[in-house]
Design a protein around this ligand. Sequence first.
Ligand code: 2HA
Ligand code: ZN
Length: 275
Amino acid sequence: MKVLDAAFVQGFIRVCDDGARMNWHERNGGNLSYRIKPEEVESVKEELAFDKPWQPIGTSVPNLAGEFFLVTGTGRFFRNVILDPAANICIIEVDEKGENFRICWGLVNGGRPTSELPSHLMNLEVKKLVTNGRYRVVYHAHPANTIALTFVLPLEDKVFTRELWEAMTECPVVFPAGVGVVKWMVPGGREVAVATSELMKKYDVAIWAHHGIFCSGEDFDTTFGLMHTVEKAADILVRVMSMSPTKRQTITPRNFRDLAADFKLTLPEEFLYEK
Ligand code: 2HA
Ligand code: ZN
């Protein structure tokens, strides 16, 4: 099969296009990665080339050794992915040590995988381990309302989780583990990758202060839906805070406990504190 005919590639392209239309990807902002299933790699093998040089990842991901990933290219614009996927995204293979990668398909006009490759691979590795291989997608975007909140809320997991949960009833159902927050850090490097992947052991969402969101999920729909839900809640919260310095009424800890019982959710008590 041709790479571009594969369902996982079409799903990846759709996320890029939907994200661009959501206004989450100004210029070259954001990046996306997918840990390809062995049978999917097999299905497109006719188009994969193994003659490109190995290059350092910049970190070590031994639990991803020998796996293949579909990732966006650095400097590439999400809005262009649908127009010319082969020029803007690539398939990479990780070596047997989990320290180097090589490009096997795509980026036909040259280039490298996303500048956030260390964060993507470290997050994919953590998620592979903690979900028994279920999670395959890591998505990074720059949604305005969530970024705006990082200027006014304390950069604490327990504050962001509780405020986002209160903003919309579906939130604790969609992200029952809560969200983590990373203080401002230089993007693109190993340090921010380590901090983010540490949070990904516990959460599916990591908010980067004054920068954006990393989130992870099992497939493209749930991962895009998670980004969408967090940003929608942030949008509501920004509107509420713009209208009034205080909330007249809200969803209470008691309400959350009732919801958890009915929806059979485990909502960590650390987020159900009295204010
Ligand atoms: O421009 O979003 O974090 C790509 C990025 C870097
Ligand atoms: Zn970014």
